[in-house]
Design a protein. Structure first.
Length: 112
């Protein structure tokens, strides 16, 4: 499981009131078995069944997939300082470089 999706899984678990840790990386859902869960999940507080874990896991992947465009956009946007500089020079020169750049990034990574 990549770090972006793992962030959503951990949020689902925390929002559900679970306190859980894992030994090692969290694998892809196709590799998670009940024995992996029992061996690698350390749960304290509210009890978490394997079935509920899988349900939360799948919900988190769905949410991550719906938000991946945000992550991709953030990686491509120039820094705030660079964007402000572009806006300044656009106003001085009567150009639309900032607007065109942002539009191209949004077009490249549309909302799902």
């Amino acid at each position: 499981m990549d770090a972006f999706k793992e962030k959503f899984l951990l949020k689902e678990l925390i929002d559900g009131g679970y306190s859980i840790g894992f030994t090692g990386d969290i694998p892809d859902i196709s590799l998670i078995t009940k024995s992996w869960f029992i061996k690698n999940a350390s749960i304290s507080g509210k009890a978490l069944s394997f079935e509920n874990f899988v349900k939360l896991y799948l919900q988190s992947i769905d949410k991550a997939d719906k938000n991946v465009y945000k992550e991709n956009r953030v990686k491509e946007y120039p820094s705030i300082e660079d964007q402000l500089d572009m806006l300044y020079w656009d106003s001085v020169n009567g150009t639309t470089k900032w607007k065109d750049l942002i539009a191209s990034i949004k077009s490249k990574y549309p909302k799902s």
